[in-house]
Ligand binder design. Structure first.
Ligand code: ATP
Length: 251
């Protein structure tokens, strides 16, 4: 596995209040990393730093190093549209655009000027197959994406992101709004996708982290407490706080 994204000494403050106190993490290709920790510990804040979504929040100060391949994510020359194509994000609530499945999945490609219908058709099929939702929507590509179930909408959103060929997929509690069957389908989709992508997922569901993540990072009050192979952390955590959290003593 090759590390493609590395952060060092990441601090983030909302106004005067520091929410991240120096986070060092690295993320490898072809792997899933889970970010876990109690509510308010900074998981989503950290995740949003990785494709500069926090830039949209006023009065936010971010310092530290973010190396994606050999590129500094926060360099003034970074093209944010390109960055977010390479490091895409899936949110807690499925958020398809209120138009057809086809137009959702081709949205990013059309933004880059792609108009060749055959190419777009191929990409729609590829992305929906990769997101494991093709069989359920292939006869309804013209139907409004919002008319599908929550789980299907979430996989359509994953397909929308895959269409522009990202390197990294960020997911912020992607299954917490879904029923158990839809959640299991998303988990299985992610397990397949990790063969081709680097996946970073924020989850409150410890069983989900233990099922799908190769590495897990445990955060607490804006600090990174422990980062290790999931199999190791869940059986032999190095820190007492990790053990207490995994055993449900707080959180
Ligand atoms: N836009 C914002 N403005 C000000 N403070 C914020 C903002 N977003 C988050 N915070 C604060 O930053 C801290 C970390 O929040 P964050 O949402 O990153 O935690 P989290 O671990 O993802 O929590 P949860 O699991 O509940 O989603 C919290 O104290 C939160 O109140």
């Amino acid at each position: 596995m090759t590390v493609i994204l590395e952060t060092k000494d990441v601090h983030l403050a909302y106004g005067q209040k520091e929410a991240l106190h120096g986070i060092d993490l690295s993320f490898a290709d072809n792997s899933i990393t889970a970010l876990i920790g109690p509510s308010g510990c900074g998981k989503s804040t950290f995740l949003r730093c990785l494709n500069r979504m926090n830039d949209l929040i006023p009065d936010t100060t971010i310092t530290g190093s973010f190396q994606f391949h050999q590129q500094d994510i926060y360099a003034p020359t970074t093209n944010l549209v390109e960055l977010r194509k390479k490091i895409g994000m899936v949110f807690q609530q499925p958020n398809p655009f209120p138009f057809s499945v086809y137009d959702n999945v081709t949205y990013g490609l059309k933004l880059t000027g792609q108009t060749d219908r055959r190419f777009l058709d191929e990409q729609v099929e590829r992305a929906l197959k990769q997101a494991a939702v093709w069989n359920e929507v292939k006869d309804d590509l013209d139907k409004n994406a919002m008319s599908f179930s929550g789980g299907q909408q979430q996989r359509i959103c994953i397909a929308r992101l895959l269409a522009v060929q990202p390197d990294i997929i960020l997911l912020d509690e992607p299954t917490s709004a879904l029923d158990p069957i839809s959640s299991a389908q998303i988990e299985s989709t992610l397990m397949t996708l990790k063969k081709d992508y680097c996946i970073i997922i924020v989850t409150h569901n410890l069983q989900q982290a233990s099922r799908i993540a190769d590495q897990t990072a445990f955060m607490l009050n804006g600090d990174l407490i422990e980062f290790d192979l999931t199999s190791k952390m869940f059986t032999q955590p190095a820190q007492q706080a990790t053990s207490d959290y995994l055993n449900g003593k707080f959180g």
